[in-house]
Design a protein around this ligand. Structure first.
Ligand SMILES: Nc1ncnc2c1ncn2[C@@H]1O[C@H](COP(=O)(O)OP(=O)(O)O)[C@@H](O)[C@H]1O
Ligand SMILES: [Mg+2]
Length: 236
């Protein structure tokens, strides 16, 4: 039986699963399929097949441009099979590896994102659950569809802020966040970082506006506070 035959069986058995990890001939893979929204989700996500087709187009473009994504084994309008490229970085940060190992992973990711940008590629939403790490190798998954309405530098700046936001959102210490920013700044085009800081400065009123709600805030908003506090401190 070939990998494609096996995947066909898996697709029939796991039709409703968005992503499904499996083994074939001793190797690990991930199957991804269009979402099958239920109930109210059907109204909220009516175009899941079209979204999947856009994702496939994006991946074909990324393969062509040799982007650091996991090796793609099967790609068509109803299924994507990639080799397993390690745990996502959120998993690593929650695991019981040492603080030094966690920092190494964060530094590797910061360098990998700057490198991606240097090759003229943006991710769109580089949160840590969509960055994989295995033995020093970083792979990106789940890219957003490209926006043609913004300049590349604006998209890189957005990537930078979302990446740092993602680092703030996990169980990271201020020192880990700062070091990851320093690594990123060291490798990234300085205009991107300059632009990001200018944007944070411009929107700092949002931080002050939301500050009274800090005691009530949940993870997503707390990360927003940490992001602003870390970056605004650069102006003091
Ligand atoms: N090739 C892969 N190697 C390792 N883990 C993967 C791979 N593809 C997906 N995953 C895991 O599955 C999760 C969901 O995959 P993703 O493509 O981001 O789907 P979704 O669009 O539903 O977020 C990822 O956060 C990651 O942990
Ligand atoms: Mg994802």
């Amino acid at each position: 039986m070939t990998l494609a035959d096996y995947v066909e069986i898996l697709q029939a058995e796991h039709r409703m699963e968005r992503v499904y990890p499996f083994e074939f001939e001793g190797k690990s893979y991930w199957l991804k399929q269009p979402e099958h929204p239920h109930g109210i989700q059907r109204l909220l996500k009516p175009f899941s097949r079209a979204a999947f087709r856009r994702e496939i187009q994006r991946i074909k473009w990324l393969i062509l441009h040799k982007a650091p994504i996991p090796p793609v084994k099967i790609i068509n309008s109803h299924c994507l099979v990639m080799e397993d490229a390690g745990h996502n970085v959120r998993f690593w940060l929650e695991s019981d590896i040492t603080a030094a190992q966690k920092q190494r992973i964060l530094d590797d990711c910061a360098k990998a994102l700057a490198d991606l940008h240097e090759h003229g590629i943006v991710h769109g939403r580089p949160l840590l659950k969509d960055i994989l790490w295995q033995d020093g190798k970083v792979s990106f998954i789940d890219f957003e569809a490209v926006s043609h309405s913004h300049k590349l530098i604006w998209q890189k700046m957005r990537d930078a802020l979302l990446f740092i936001y993602g680092v703030c959102r996990e169980k990271t210490t201020p020192a880990q966040i700062q070091r990851t920013i320093d690594t990123f700044v060291c490798y990234e085009d300085s205009r991107v970082w300059h632009y990001a800081l200018a944007l944070v400065k411009k929107y700092r009123f949002l931080y002050y506006l939301l500050l009274p709600f800090k005691p009530l805030a949940k993870t997503d908003l707390l990360a927003f506070y940490v992001l602003f506090e870390t970056l605004l401190a650069k102006f003091l």
